[in-house]
Design a protein around this ligand. Structure first.
Ligand code: NAG
Ligand code: NAG
Length: 417
């Protein structure tokens, strides 16, 4: 009997405990439910805030788009106005000729003139009777888009072969050969190995030319540092000659083309080199070379600045330096230096290249065709030049269209060698 009572009491106790546990659990569940509904509320609020933010952003983006359009419109109109000013300036240049901006005693000029003339006569005799200079760029033809943004291409100047050579990039040891410009233009698959020739050493920069079956390329070994001009016979694959070029300190010849230390050029009178000399690093220097022996025959310090120059070429003994801007804009010939001392101020117009807003990695003149072979941001372009006669009365040295400087072209008789 006593045992039964104990049992009932135990059972009651257990039930009470059970109830307490259930109560407790219910309370916890309620608390959790409360929290969950709070979270729901918060999430909904966040979501709606996000939606609002998104709507605001979309509206602002639309506004920005509109402003961009307006800006582009006004840029376009500024562009046309700049063009008009350029044309008007061009016109004024041709109408008025150029006035020097400094007054210098006339006698002094005359003295300098005779001095320079005599010096030039003594130092450099023209090898051809060509007397042409650029009057404008008549036409442009985009031939192909092949290879990297920088490179050189040129046709053999001086042989009837008409072969075309392509140096892709600014560093390599191969050159691609095509039988003609048309073959190059039609070639499929770009620069395939089937057109590739291997040269005996690496070339650097964009200074190479091809002349009478020979490639003249600029190579620079790491230990040597000094640029070397190599003359390579394409027909039997031999290095005919090579010479260390007297340009020092790895200074790029053009401010906007950091890879090119020496730029070679061919014109009616033969082989030329454009470089930054040791003693005048602010301006471009010019050297006449013997295409057979690679001797440097004469050097000149020109008044043409290296800053913002991108390329240059030589026609009939006159150096034309092409300038651009850091953000590629419109290229223009803005400095002219005549090694023969003939080109007069009013005879050298400011020549603008057709609008492309690219950057010329190289410009190679072909004297037979009076064409410029240009490499512009991976495009191979031909520029057809309109020429006119240089005035044959003497006005010495150079003039610079930028600075309107007076003639001070002083010969630099082989100071480097
Ligand atoms: C041309 O040269 C560029 C580097 O300048 C290189 O990336 C590209 O692969 C080259 N193209 C060919 C066809 O060799
Ligand atoms: C290569 O040809 C040139 C003439 O074109 C010649 O002077 C030279 O000796 C030749 N070299 C060899 C190794 O045959």
């Amino acid at each position: 009997m006593k045992g039964l009572v104990v049992l009932v009491m135990l059972a009651c106790l257990a039930t009470a405990q059970h109830q307490a546990l259930i109560d407790y659990l219910e309370r916890r569940l309620l608390a959790i439910e409360d929290r969950i509904s709070l979270w729901h509320e918060q999430t909904a609020r966040y979501a709606s805030e996000l939606r609002e933010l998104k709507q605001q952003m979309v509206a602002q983006l639309e506004n920005l788009d509109k402003e961009k359009e307006v800006l582009r419109g006004s840029l376009d109109s500024v562009g046309t106005r700049v063009d008009r000013v350029e044309r008007e300036l061009d016109y004024l240049e041709t109408q008025n000729g150029a006035q020097p901006c400094v007054d210098v005693d006339d006698k002094l000029i005359e003295q300098q003139v005779t001095l320079v003339k005599e010096k030039q006569k003594a130092k450099y005799l023209k090898q051809s009777d060509c007397s042409d200079m650029i009057s404008s760029i008549k036409a442009m033809k985009i031939l192909k888009h092949v290879g990297g943004p920088k490179g050189t291409w040129a046709k053999d100047s001086g042989l009837g072969s008409g072969k075309v050579y392509v140096f892709n990039g600014t560093d390599g040891d191969t050159v691609n050969e095509f039988p003609s410009v048309q073959d190059f233009a039609r070639s499929q698959g770009g620069l395939s190995p089937s057109t590739e020739l291997r040269l005996p050493s690496r070339w650097r920069g964009t200074g190479h030319v091809v002349h009478r079956g020979h490639v003249y390329y600029v190579s620079r070994s790491a230990e040597e540092g000094e640029p070397r001009v190599i003359k390579y016979d394409m027909r039997n694959g031999t290095v005919v000659d090579s010479a260390v070029f007297p340009a020092r300190d790895h200074v790029p010849v053009y401010g906007l083309s950091p890879d090119t230390v020496v730029d070679l050029a061919v014109d009616e009178e033969g082989l030329w080199a454009v470089y930054a000399s040791r003693h005048d690093q602010r301006h471009v220097s010019l050297a006449k070379m013997d295409a057979d022996t690679l001797d440097v025959e004469h050097t000149w310090d020109t008044p043409c600045a290296r800053e913002n120059a991108e390329a240059a070429f030589v026609i009939c003994g006159t150096l034309y330096v092409v300038y651009n801007t850091q953000q590629p804009g419109r290229s223009r010939i803005q400095c002219v230096f005549d090694a023969n001392g003939v080109v007069a101020d009013e005879e050298a117009p400011l020549v603008y290249f057709p609008k492309r807003y690219g950057a010329h990695a190289s410009l190679k003149y072909n004297p037979k065709e009076q064409l410029l072979y240009a490499w512009d941001d991976g495009y191979q372009i031909l520029y057809r030049l309109a020429m006119k006669k240089k005035l044959e009365f003497a006005d010495p040295g150079f003039h610079s269209l930028t600075g309107r400087s007076l003639p001070t072209a002083i010969l630099d008789p082989l100071r480097q060698s």
